[in-house]
Design a protein around this ligand. Structure first.
Ligand SMILES: Nc1nc2c(c(=O)[nH]1)N[C@H]1C(S)=C(S)[C@@H](COP(=O)(O)OP(=O)(O)OC[C@H]3O[C@@H](n4cnc5c(N)ncnc54)[C@H](O)[C@@H]3O)O[C@H]1N2
Ligand code: MOO
Length: 421
């Protein structure tokens, strides 16, 4: 036996801390990112119909009130309330109809009524409308059982929004319902941040860039790049395919240097092994801020700046890459895109599984909701790519130890709450 070869006790635990190594808690890494990042500065002016998914850089201000004039909320009969009272009211009908798009030009004399349809501007002399279902009418008169409520079924001008009010605030990512409001208020221009450009790079000598190409047994098809490009697109940014590079620091550096993007997501080479060039490169030639996160899966995550560009160096295992993207990349990109830091909308649902978890790291399990309870994938292996396709979300277990049994409430993050569709 060699005296200088004294191994530590066998633990087979990736999370057993090597001497002198500190794991960065998830919340610390998130806080560092949040403090270090800011929105991109470039903006552009678009017609709202071209701005779905874009992030407003300035408040959008209404150019018109909604509704622009007082109008009727129902089909019925309109009149001046002051000339009516209790009991059966029989009012002569003026000639003509007030309809949406065909306003009634004249004045309705007090004590008279006019046929009015939903959306029609209230004619002069009308402040109250009775539903047609509550009326009896013939060609010349309408009757209803009073008293009618003053201003019943009448919508006031600007009761929804007034011209000059802020319709949608800066920082809002424009969704289809926002486009409805912008259009209704005659907002024909919005100032938005230009789309964030997010580069995706895969590293690894074993990687074959695209399915369909021939592969030797020692080679594997790139699962991470298509996933990450898809996530980026789903989050509303411009995915930039930086392709695949071998485990060669100079090649990786050259690819990082030539990427004309705002952020770079890499996978592979993040841990400490001999071939793990990405983390070493980021440490030696970039500014590495966090590395080795107390997280499973996704522990060897590297957060760094490369010539001022944020690089999120994620582990190669596809499950770990998905978790790191959802937990770290998503809020970071949202902040850079101008939409602010975002927390996923979690649900607390009963577990349909048992699990004992050690303290000291946060864990994400691939999960899905079945009949109101959350199931988890049978294996926790982070190379089990089928698990992330099987799942509809992730269960987040806290940094502390926990002992979960069926029926206990756990924190469930549906894929939809992470922007994964
Ligand atoms: N002795 C130790 N070994 C490992 C540890 C450890 O603590 N001690 N940590 C493990 C954990 S956890 C992870 S996660 C991985 C992370 O490794 P890297 O980020 O350096 O990634 P690679 O070694 O390059 O790859 C890991 C795994 O993933 C496959 N891979 C890589 N890229 C892709 C891709 N684009 N598509 C599909 N699959 C990919 C790769 O072939 C490896 O199987 O390290 C553990 N090891
Ligand atoms: O973090 Mo590795 O995080 O298990 O796949």
């Amino acid at each position: 036996m060699n005296d200088d070869l004294i191994p530590p006790r066998l633990r087979d635990d990736c999370f057993a801390m090597p001497q002198g190594v500190e794991w960065v808690p998830v919340s610390d890494a998130l806080a560092r990112l949040r403090a270090a990042l800011g929105p991109i500065e470039d903006t552009q002016t678009l017609h709202p119909t071209s701005a779905l998914g874009a992030v407003l850089a300035r408040d959008a201000v209404g150019q018109r009130s909604n509704p622009p004039r007082p109008n009727s909320a129902v089909d019925g009969y309109g009149f001046a309330h002051a000339a009516t009272g209790d009991g059966v009211q029989e009012l002569p009908l003026v000639q003509g109809v007030a309809a949406a798009g065909r306003p009634f030009d004249g004045t309705v004399p007090a004590g008279n009524a006019v046929r009015i349809l939903t959306g029609a501007i209230l004619p002069k002399g009308v402040d109250t409308v009775v539903l047609e279902e509550d009326c009896a009418a013939n060609a010349t008169h309408v009757a209803f059982d009073g008293p009618a409520k003053f201003r019943a079924n009448a919508r006031a001008a600007g009761e929804d929004m007034k011209a000059g009010e802020i319709a949608v605030r800066a920082g809002q990512r424009l969704r289809a319902p926002d486009l409805a409001l912008l259009s209704a208020l005659n907002i024909a221009e919005v100032t938005v941040f230009r789309p964030l450009r997010v580069g995706v790079l895969s590293t690894g000598d074993e990687i074959i860039a695209t399915a369909g190409q021939p592969a030797e047994p020692h080679q594997i098809y790139d699962a991470n790049r298509p996933m990450l490009l898809g996530l980026v697109q789903g989050w509303g940014y411009t995915p930039v395919d930086l392709g695949h590079v071998r485990d060669d620091p100079d090649e990786i550096a050259a690819r990082l240097d030539s990427a004309a993007v705002d952020v770079i997501l890499t996978t592979g080479g993040a841990s400490a092994g001999d071939e793990d060039h990405v983390s070493r490169l980021l440490r030696d030639r970039g500014t590495l801020s966090s590395w080795r996160i107390a997280l499973k899966p996704g522990r060897p995550l590297a957060l760094a700046l490369w010539d001022g560009v944020l690089v999120i160096g994620m582990p190669g295992n596809p499950v770990a890459a998905l978790v790191c993207a959802a937990i770290f990349a998503r809020p970071s990109l949202s902040l850079m895109a101008g939409a602010g830091w975002c927390e996923p909308l979690a649900m607390h649902v009963p577990a349909a599984f048992s699990k004992q978890k050690k303290p000291g790291r946060r864990e994400f399990l691939r999960a899905r909701l079945v009949d109101g309870a959350v199931e988890v994938f049978a294996s926790e292996g982070s190379g089990r790519i089928s698990s992330i396709s099987w799942a509809d979300g992730l269960v987040e277990l806290p940094d502390e130890a926990c002992d979960i049994s069926p029926g206990m409430l756990v924190r469930y993050l549906p894929y939809a709450a992470l922007g994964i569709f």
